[in-house]
Ligand binder design. Sequence first.
Ligand code: NAD
Length: 336
Amino acid sequence: MAVNGYGTIGKRVADAVAKQPDLELVGVAKTRPSFDARRAVDLGYPLYLAADAVRSDFDAAGLQVAGTVKEMVARADVVVDATPDKVGAENRALYDAANVRAVFQGGEKASVADVSFNALGNYAAARGKRRVRVVSCNTTGISRAVAVLLPRWGVERWDVTLVRRAADPAESKKGPINGIVPSLHIPSHHGPDVRTIFPDLEISTVAVVVPTTLMHVHVNHVRLRSAPASAAELVAALRSTPRFRVFAPWEQANGTPQVMEFARGRGLGLDDVPENVVWEDGVSLEGRDAYFFQAIHQESVTVPENVDAIRAMFDLAPDGPASIARTDRALGLSRA
Ligand code: NAD
């Protein structure tokens, strides 16, 4: 596979694919020389010229170039497009012309692909597909949680307040740096996006943007169809599901700063937390009404989903759980 657009998501997807025993990284395409381009070369990833990239700029920086993005695409069976929002749709013609499959990201409209994807939510729907869209970080986080609660207890209605990070850590020109900005459009786009995975789900989402770069936090209220015996049963379901990390009270991970400190310490690479983070103490139950918080590391949560999307497209695993287990073992996320 190849990665077109080597930024926040693209560099992580390249690392993740390079670690999979059954996938091979053909290379990554970049528009400009940068420390990230140097990183790709240092890691041994063949570096290709994307879009309007100028070869002499890379030569001047001493970065060896393997060819153009067109050549990279021709050498791959599938391209993960991790370019900025809406650029993926523009690149579709490039992939179609080369007759290669493509995985797009959540910044694209759902119509860019044959199907929108979340590994726990609808793995089978991407089987054999030529174009798949991995939904955004927030939609991924919500969809994973739906995949845990819906089959066990049924969902009458799901309400989420999303407390969104203002920018990624490297985006120094974005804000707000002091303020809380509500998304005045209700529902926010996240609810309809979750329905690309769970078409029949009654879900409503509202969002506010806050001055942090670390993670998003979701405040969930779910009216279930049948009541779990206790909040502990809910916690156990979340804890036993891959791609969830439930913090016990004794771990003292009180908020996103501590979660990120945990991430720095565990050394997965790039300080990532690809799991949904849930605080055990914050899970509560009143009859059929479940409440819980979850934190979503926007930079990494969709990365394992890109790997599973490729497996589904090429039918490389018997089912979703098998692909998830293989991906997570290779990434060091497996608890088994
Ligand atoms: P980014 O800006 O960090 O990276 C995009 C990269 O693509 C940059 O290196 C840019 O130079 C390069 N690029 C620009 N035009 C290009 C072109 N025509 N061809 C090749 N490369 C080009 O963006 P990102 O945050 O990685 O986002 C990528 C996609 O992933 C978007 O759809 C976004 O919505 C989605 N996404 C982002 C996040 C997040 O929080 N960062 C989370 C989930 C999904």
